[in-house]
Write a protein that binds this ligand. Structure first.
Ligand SMILES: *Cc1c(COP(=O)(O)O)cnc(C)c1O
Length: 458
């Protein structure tokens, strides 16, 4: 117990203790994630093909399954210093409230204006675009966190940034939109009439409020048809998980400083980038047989890619212009029910995490959204931070695991990722408070319908 007293509420690293390289977990995977395929030929995408869409250096990172450590360029490390290291917080107040013998820690990524971990990859992707001498980048954003992060990174480096924002969010989240514009980005509601695919979707589905898959198609079209532009994506891709490994490396360094060994590591999973980053060094130890951890992905019951999806090649976007990725997927046309307010609404999952999950190296659970908001509120009231709905999926399961410890008396050490803050999600909180939130869960028949549209592979 004496030793325990020495653990501060917040464990910070010194600047000199911050990671100097990203860690590429693929290097330690026996079964590598399946390659991206050309949607026309079904052959693995070559570096040359990918370089029409993505920046050259990012293509190299995307395809590199072998290099374990990739140095973080000095410019990116300097940018990280503006908001990193992020604190690893011992949730003493939550433990007290739950009366659990479990020790709970969370890695808080919400301490920057974009309000989430997404800035870790946004600055890296913008940096490589700048280094290549490009004029700008295009992307999509749903709730707006990624678009905000990318706008911040682009304005810092003097790059043009075009964001296709899912129309319903564009209309419902005007504040996010204005943050992006403050950082100089141009923000277009998607589907729009600025692209061929947008015009096609508008003609086929007049009045549609858009989807992530559709916004991706638009952003890719603009990137490939404008010289000096490339497309960037905020999750799912191998390169994004690589950049996000900074979360896990810092977490591990902070825990090691105090000799703490976690029993389980929990994170929410949308496209898998924060979870992939958080678990990276721990999974590395697990893969190399040096340590064992329970690793738990948490997803919404209304968008259950891991727990009810299939592991198959699928399109990453509605317009079917992107490469095919082998991943746990619900089908590229899947859109969660309109009442779903908790984010994490992408139909697929990172190919790296999909392979690790398929190999039985991690677990996944799905949780209904009212239980997520209940956990969010409980957390906010004792720990102070108002969590993003996405992050609150991890809070829910961390609390559930801590309550199990209360029953068994086990002093397990739980680490979870608190990916961001929820100030722009107050409409969702309002629904919850007003009792207007329900827990619609898709039926097997519905899921089957989307699954039927998976590309036929031979
Ligand atoms: C985008 C986002 C997520 C989900 O994305 P992943 O790629 O699965 O990490 C989770 N939390 C917050 C706050 C986000 O902005």
């Amino acid at each position: 117990m004496d030793n325990e007293k020495k653990i501060p509420y917040k464990i910070y690293l010194e600047e000199s203790e911050m990671p100097q390289s990203w860690y590429n977990v693929r290097a330690d995977m026996k079964n590598k994630p399946a390659p991206l395929l050309n949607p026309g030929t079904h052959q693995p995408m070559t570096a040359e093909e990918l370089s029409g869409v993505f920046c050259d250096e990012l293509v190299q990172q995307e395809l590199d399954n072998d290099t374990p450590f990739i140095p973080i360029p000095q410019e990116i490390r300097d940018f990280y210093k503006m908001y990193r290291p992020s604190p690893l917080v011992r949730a003493y107040c939550l433990e007290e409230k739950l009366q659990t013998p479990a020790k709970i820690y969370y890695k808080f990524e919400g301490n920057n204006t974009s309000g989430s971990h997404k800035l870790n990859s946004a600055i890296a992707q913008a940096y490589y675009a700048k280094k290549q001498g490009l004029k700008g980048v295009t992307t999509e954003t749903g709730a707006g966190q990624w678009g905000t992060a990318l706008s911040m990174a682009c304005s810092y480096l003097g790059l043009d940034c075009k964001v296709y924002m899912v129309k319903v969010s564009y209309e419902q989240k005007p504040f996010r939109r204005e943050v992006m514009r403050t950082y100089g980005a141009s923000v277009v509601p998607s589907p729009s009439d600025t692209t061929q695919i947008g015009r096609k979707i508008l003609a086929e589905h007049p009045g549609t409020t858009g989807s992530l898959g559709c916004a991706i198609s638009e952003a890719v079209e603009v990137a490939v048809s404008n010289p000096g532009y490339r497309y960037v994506l905020g999750s799912v891709l191998n390169q994004v998980l690589l950049h996000q490994s900074v979360i896990g490396l810092e977490t591990k360094a902070a825990l090691d400083k105090y000799g703490i060994k976690p029993d389980m590591i929990i994170g929410c999973a949308g496209g898998g980038s924060n979870l992939g980053g958080l678990i990276a060094p721990f999974m590395g130890e697990k893969l190399r047989g040096e340590a064992n951890y329970r690793i738990i992905a948490v997803e919404p019951a209304s968008c259950p890619s891991f727990t009810r999806g299939v592991y198959a090649y699928d399109f990453c976007d509605t317009g079917m212009v992107c490469p095919l990725a082998k991943m746990y997927t619900l089908g590229c046309d899947f859109i969660p029910a309109p009442n779903h307010a908790g984010g994490l609404r992408y139909h697929g999952m990172s190919p790296v995490l999909s392979q690790l999950y398929d190999d039985g190296l991690m677990e996944a659970v799905s949780v209904p959204q009212t239980a997520v908001f209940e956990a969010a509120e409980q957390f906010a009231r004792v720990e102070g931070i108002l969590p993003a709905p996405e992050s609150s999926h991890a809070i829910r399961v961390a609390i559930d695991e801590a309550l199990k410890c209360k029953e068994t008396g086990e002093e397990k050490t739980i680490v979870f990722g608190l990916t961001g803050t929820g100030y722009f999600d107050m409409v969702a909180y309002e629904k919850y408070h007003d009792g207007k939130m329900d827990d619609y869960i898709p039926t097997d028949e519905e899921l089957q319908k989307y699954r039927a549209k998976l590309p036929k592979m031979d």
